[in-house]
Design a protein around this ligand. Structure first.
Ligand SMILES: Cc1cc2nc3c(=O)[nH]c(=O)nc-3n(C[C@H](O)[C@H](O)[C@H](O)COP(=O)(O)O)c2cc1C
Length: 177
């Protein structure tokens, strides 16, 4: 058996793409969170969760939280995928919000994903529209990086996925015992 597994949650494909690239590089096994069984995942020494960010929540992190006691002695990392450009402050907030209830020393990495409203489910499209409505009421000079990115991306199809974004995570995984 492989010594690692990548568990991913992706609605629109960008996170899945990162998870597949990661599997190619690491030769770890790959499964979707919805199909992952803790009995199977806990057989592995190294576990990477790849989760897309929706409304500041990292998809799939609940799988780790629910099973953390069982996964206590494992090497774990999280790779999250959002539409915003990397920004230290916003990323810090995402980390503290999502790691709540998990050991704070779990390394969390970031890669920019994609944006395509035509692919979004109705409810997601409405949510994003609502968010944009709120953001454009603000003075653009006060936009947070994610707000500026949202306003910019609206109406466009964007793909920022890049294999290079996985390099820091791959380097960290290479140090795992
Ligand atoms: C409803 C919704 C909420 C989102 N919220 C965020 C967010 O809080 N921060 C962010 O950076 N990107 C956000 N995004 C953008 C997604 O993270 C981005 O499109 C990502 O590539 C989606 O990954 P997936 O293709 O694997 O589903 C949101 C997208 C949707 C549809």
């Amino acid at each position: 058996m492989n010594k690692g597994i990548i568990v991913y949650k992706s609605k629109y494909g960008a996170t899945k793409r990162y998870a597949e690239w990661l599997a190619e590089e690491t030769h770890y096994d790959l499964t979707e969170v919805s199909k992952a069984k803790i009995k199977q995942v806990s057989q592995y020494r190294n576990i990477i969760l790849c989760g897309a960010i929706y409304a500041s929540g990292i998809g799939g992190v609940s799988f780790l939280k629910k099973n953390f006691k069982i996964l206590d002695n494992k090497n774990i990392a999280i790779f999250c995928v959002g539409a915003s450009p990397y920004d230290e402050k916003s990323f810090g907030e995402i980390k503290s919000r999502n790691l709540n209830g998990l050991p704070q020393n779990i390394p969390v990495f970031y890669g920019r994903g994609a944006w395509d409203e035509s692919k979004m489910k109705f409810i997601d499209r409405m949510l994003c529209k609502l968010l944009k409505k709120m953001v454009i009421k603000k003075d653009p000079s006060t936009y947070e990086p994610w707000e500026a990115a949202l306003v910019n991306a609206f109406g466009k199809t964007c793909d920022w996925t890049d294999k290079k974004n996985l390099l820091p995570l791959i380097a960290a995984a290479q140090t795992w015992q």
